[in-house]
Design a protein around this ligand. Structure first.
Ligand code: DX5
Ligand code: ZN
Length: 215
Protein backbone atom coordinates (compact mmCIF):
# COMPACT_ATOMS: atom_id res chain seq x y z
CA UNK A 1 0.00 0.00 0.00
CA UNK A 2 1.40 3.43 -0.91
CA UNK A 3 2.25 5.85 1.89
CA UNK A 4 -0.79 8.01 2.75
CA UNK A 5 -0.61 11.55 1.42
CA UNK A 6 -1.53 14.04 4.16
CA UNK A 7 -3.24 17.23 2.95
CA UNK A 8 -3.92 19.55 5.91
CA UNK A 9 -6.87 21.91 5.60
CA UNK A 10 -6.42 25.48 6.85
CA UNK A 11 -10.15 25.83 7.59
CA UNK A 12 -9.65 25.37 11.34
CA UNK A 13 -6.74 27.84 11.52
CA UNK A 14 -7.11 31.37 12.89
CA UNK A 15 -8.02 33.41 9.76
CA UNK A 16 -5.89 36.26 11.14
CA UNK A 17 -2.76 34.12 10.82
CA UNK A 18 -2.57 31.36 8.22
CA UNK A 19 1.14 31.67 7.56
CA UNK A 20 2.45 30.26 10.84
CA UNK A 21 0.31 27.08 10.92
CA UNK A 22 0.90 26.48 7.21
CA UNK A 23 4.65 26.78 7.82
CA UNK A 24 4.26 24.16 10.57
CA UNK A 25 2.29 21.92 8.18
CA UNK A 26 4.96 22.18 5.49
CA UNK A 27 7.86 21.74 7.93
CA UNK A 28 5.91 18.90 9.51
CA UNK A 29 6.04 16.96 6.24
CA UNK A 30 2.60 17.43 4.71
CA UNK A 31 2.20 16.47 1.06
CA UNK A 32 -0.35 19.13 -0.06
CA UNK A 33 -2.06 22.14 1.50
CA UNK A 34 -5.85 21.93 1.17
CA UNK A 35 -7.76 25.21 0.71
CA UNK A 36 -11.47 25.03 1.50
CA UNK A 37 -13.08 27.64 -0.73
CA UNK A 38 -16.71 28.31 0.16
CA UNK A 39 -19.01 30.79 -1.60
CA UNK A 40 -21.96 31.02 0.80
CA UNK A 41 -24.19 29.43 -1.88
CA UNK A 42 -23.05 25.84 -2.42
CA UNK A 43 -22.49 25.77 1.36
CA UNK A 44 -23.60 28.47 3.87
CA UNK A 45 -20.18 29.73 5.03
CA UNK A 46 -17.91 32.01 3.03
CA UNK A 47 -14.16 31.48 3.46
CA UNK A 48 -11.40 32.86 1.23
CA UNK A 49 -10.41 33.37 -2.40
CA UNK A 50 -7.52 33.15 -4.83
CA UNK A 51 -5.57 35.98 -3.19
CA UNK A 52 -4.91 33.83 -0.15
CA UNK A 53 -3.94 30.94 -2.42
CA UNK A 54 -1.45 33.24 -4.17
CA UNK A 55 0.15 34.28 -0.87
CA UNK A 56 0.56 30.66 0.23
CA UNK A 57 1.88 29.51 -3.16
CA UNK A 58 4.42 32.34 -3.22
CA UNK A 59 5.59 31.59 0.32
CA UNK A 60 5.74 27.77 0.27
CA UNK A 61 6.99 25.17 -2.22
CA UNK A 62 4.45 22.58 -1.00
CA UNK A 63 1.72 22.10 -3.65
CA UNK A 64 -1.65 23.67 -2.93
CA UNK A 65 -5.03 22.25 -3.94
CA UNK A 66 -8.23 24.26 -4.02
CA UNK A 67 -11.40 22.49 -2.89
CA UNK A 68 -14.11 24.56 -4.55
CA UNK A 69 -17.31 24.31 -2.56
CA UNK A 70 -18.88 26.82 -4.90
CA UNK A 71 -21.60 27.07 -7.49
CA UNK A 72 -20.29 27.53 -11.07
CA UNK A 73 -16.82 26.26 -10.08
CA UNK A 74 -15.49 26.98 -13.57
CA UNK A 75 -15.81 30.69 -12.81
CA UNK A 76 -12.99 30.28 -10.27
CA UNK A 77 -10.60 28.02 -12.19
CA UNK A 78 -8.38 30.73 -13.67
CA UNK A 79 -8.06 32.67 -10.41
CA UNK A 80 -6.80 29.68 -8.43
CA UNK A 81 -4.63 28.38 -11.26
CA UNK A 82 -2.99 31.79 -11.73
CA UNK A 83 -2.51 31.86 -7.94
CA UNK A 84 -0.40 28.72 -8.28
CA UNK A 85 -2.74 25.89 -7.26
CA UNK A 86 -1.69 22.58 -8.79
CA UNK A 87 -4.99 20.75 -8.31
CA UNK A 88 -8.54 22.03 -8.49
CA UNK A 89 -11.30 19.95 -6.92
CA UNK A 90 -14.85 20.89 -7.90
CA UNK A 91 -18.12 19.29 -6.84
CA UNK A 92 -20.02 17.08 -9.28
CA UNK A 93 -23.21 18.44 -7.70
CA UNK A 94 -22.31 22.00 -8.81
CA UNK A 95 -21.23 21.16 -12.38
CA UNK A 96 -23.53 20.59 -15.31
CA UNK A 97 -20.52 19.62 -17.45
CA UNK A 98 -18.15 17.78 -15.06
CA UNK A 99 -16.50 15.85 -17.93
CA UNK A 100 -15.72 19.01 -19.87
CA UNK A 101 -14.51 20.81 -16.70
CA UNK A 102 -11.98 18.03 -16.09
CA UNK A 103 -10.76 18.39 -19.68
CA UNK A 104 -10.51 22.17 -19.18
CA UNK A 105 -8.44 21.83 -16.02
CA UNK A 106 -6.05 19.42 -17.69
CA UNK A 107 -5.71 21.71 -20.70
CA UNK A 108 -4.76 24.47 -18.24
CA UNK A 109 -2.01 22.27 -16.83
CA UNK A 110 -3.42 21.38 -13.42
CA UNK A 111 -4.86 18.20 -11.92
CA UNK A 112 -8.62 17.78 -12.13
CA UNK A 113 -10.41 16.49 -9.04
CA UNK A 114 -14.12 15.75 -8.77
CA UNK A 115 -15.73 15.78 -5.32
CA UNK A 116 -18.94 14.07 -4.19
CA UNK A 117 -20.97 14.79 -1.07
CA UNK A 118 -22.05 12.07 1.36
CA UNK A 119 -25.48 12.03 -0.28
CA UNK A 120 -24.13 11.60 -3.79
CA UNK A 121 -23.55 8.03 -5.06
CA UNK A 122 -20.25 7.10 -6.70
CA UNK A 123 -22.18 6.56 -9.93
CA UNK A 124 -22.04 10.36 -10.30
CA UNK A 125 -18.31 10.15 -11.09
CA UNK A 126 -18.03 6.90 -13.06
CA UNK A 127 -18.25 8.74 -16.36
CA UNK A 128 -15.33 11.07 -15.56
CA UNK A 129 -12.81 8.46 -14.40
CA UNK A 130 -10.93 8.75 -17.70
CA UNK A 131 -10.56 12.53 -17.48
CA UNK A 132 -10.15 13.05 -13.73
CA UNK A 133 -6.88 12.87 -11.79
CA UNK A 134 -8.56 12.39 -8.41
CA UNK A 135 -11.96 11.67 -6.87
CA UNK A 136 -12.67 13.37 -3.56
CA UNK A 137 -15.11 11.39 -1.42
CA UNK A 138 -16.45 13.74 1.25
CA UNK A 139 -16.63 11.99 4.62
CA UNK A 140 -18.62 14.85 6.16
CA UNK A 141 -21.23 17.18 4.74
CA UNK A 142 -19.26 20.14 3.40
CA UNK A 143 -19.20 23.56 5.00
CA UNK A 144 -17.59 23.11 8.38
CA UNK A 145 -14.57 21.60 10.09
CA UNK A 146 -14.65 19.56 13.29
CA UNK A 147 -17.46 17.20 12.25
CA UNK A 148 -17.64 13.44 12.84
CA UNK A 149 -16.66 11.16 9.98
CA UNK A 150 -19.73 9.60 8.33
CA UNK A 151 -19.01 5.87 8.36
CA UNK A 152 -21.21 5.06 5.33
CA UNK A 153 -18.86 7.15 3.19
CA UNK A 154 -16.06 4.67 3.82
CA UNK A 155 -18.06 2.06 1.91
CA UNK A 156 -18.12 4.47 -1.04
CA UNK A 157 -14.32 4.56 -0.98
CA UNK A 158 -14.17 0.74 -1.07
CA UNK A 159 -16.69 0.55 -3.91
CA UNK A 160 -14.88 3.20 -5.94
CA UNK A 161 -11.51 1.51 -5.35
CA UNK A 162 -12.85 -1.75 -6.77
CA UNK A 163 -14.02 0.05 -9.92
CA UNK A 164 -10.98 2.31 -10.29
CA UNK A 165 -7.94 0.46 -8.88
CA UNK A 166 -5.45 3.17 -9.84
CA UNK A 167 -7.44 6.35 -9.20
CA UNK A 168 -6.13 8.64 -6.43
CA UNK A 169 -8.99 8.88 -3.91
CA UNK A 170 -8.99 11.71 -1.40
CA UNK A 171 -11.17 11.74 1.71
CA UNK A 172 -12.13 14.90 3.53
CA UNK A 173 -13.79 15.36 6.89
CA UNK A 174 -13.40 13.79 10.31
CA UNK A 175 -9.96 12.36 9.57
CA UNK A 176 -7.99 11.84 12.79
CA UNK A 177 -5.49 9.44 14.35
CA UNK A 178 -8.31 7.10 15.39
CA UNK A 179 -10.36 7.23 12.18
CA UNK A 180 -7.81 7.21 9.37
CA UNK A 181 -6.81 3.52 9.24
CA UNK A 182 -10.15 2.00 8.12
CA UNK A 183 -10.38 4.66 5.40
CA UNK A 184 -6.82 3.90 4.31
CA UNK A 185 -7.63 0.17 4.26
CA UNK A 186 -10.73 0.95 2.18
CA UNK A 187 -8.41 2.37 -0.47
CA UNK A 188 -8.13 6.11 0.09
CA UNK A 189 -4.74 7.59 -0.85
CA UNK A 190 -5.02 11.27 0.14
CA UNK A 191 -6.29 12.47 3.53
CA UNK A 192 -7.50 15.94 4.37
CA UNK A 193 -7.26 16.79 8.06
CA UNK A 194 -8.16 20.12 9.60
CA UNK A 195 -9.37 20.28 13.19
CA UNK A 196 -7.43 17.16 14.24
CA UNK A 197 -4.13 18.88 13.50
CA UNK A 198 -5.18 21.89 15.57
CA UNK A 199 -5.67 19.60 18.60
CA UNK A 200 -2.47 17.55 18.51
CA UNK A 201 0.53 18.78 20.57
CA UNK A 202 2.13 20.02 17.37
CA UNK A 203 0.98 19.90 13.76
CA UNK A 204 4.08 17.87 12.89
CA UNK A 205 3.15 15.32 15.56
CA UNK A 206 -0.36 15.10 14.15
CA UNK A 207 0.91 14.51 10.63
CA UNK A 208 3.31 11.85 11.90
CA UNK A 209 0.46 10.18 13.82
CA UNK A 210 -1.75 10.06 10.74
CA UNK A 211 1.05 8.44 8.70
CA UNK A 212 1.94 6.05 11.52
CA UNK A 213 -1.67 4.92 11.86
CA UNK A 214 -1.53 3.66 8.27
CA UNK A 215 1.65 1.61 8.58
C1 DX5 B 1 -15.37 20.77 4.97
C2 DX5 B 1 -14.00 20.83 4.30
C3 DX5 B 1 -13.00 19.95 4.96
C4 DX5 B 1 -12.81 20.29 6.42
C5 DX5 B 1 -12.14 19.14 7.12
O1 DX5 B 1 -16.32 21.34 4.12
O2 DX5 B 1 -14.09 20.43 2.96
O3 DX5 B 1 -11.74 20.06 4.28
O4 DX5 B 1 -12.01 21.44 6.54
O5 DX5 B 1 -12.12 19.49 8.45
P1 DX5 B 1 -12.00 18.39 9.58
O6 DX5 B 1 -10.71 17.64 9.28
O7 DX5 B 1 -11.93 19.22 10.82
O8 DX5 B 1 -13.19 17.50 9.49
ZN1 ZN C 1 -12.09 20.30 1.91
Amino acid sequence: MPEPQICPSILSCDPANFMDPVREMVEGGCDWIHLDVMDGQFVPPITFGADLAASLCQEFACPVEAHLMTMTPEAHFDGFIEAGCKRILFHAEAAIHSHRLCQTLREKGVEAGVAINPGTPIEAVLSVLEVADMILVMTVNPGWGGQKLIQECVDKVSALRKIAPDMPIEVDGGIAGDTIRPVFEAGATHFVAGSYLMKTPTIAAGIAELKRACV
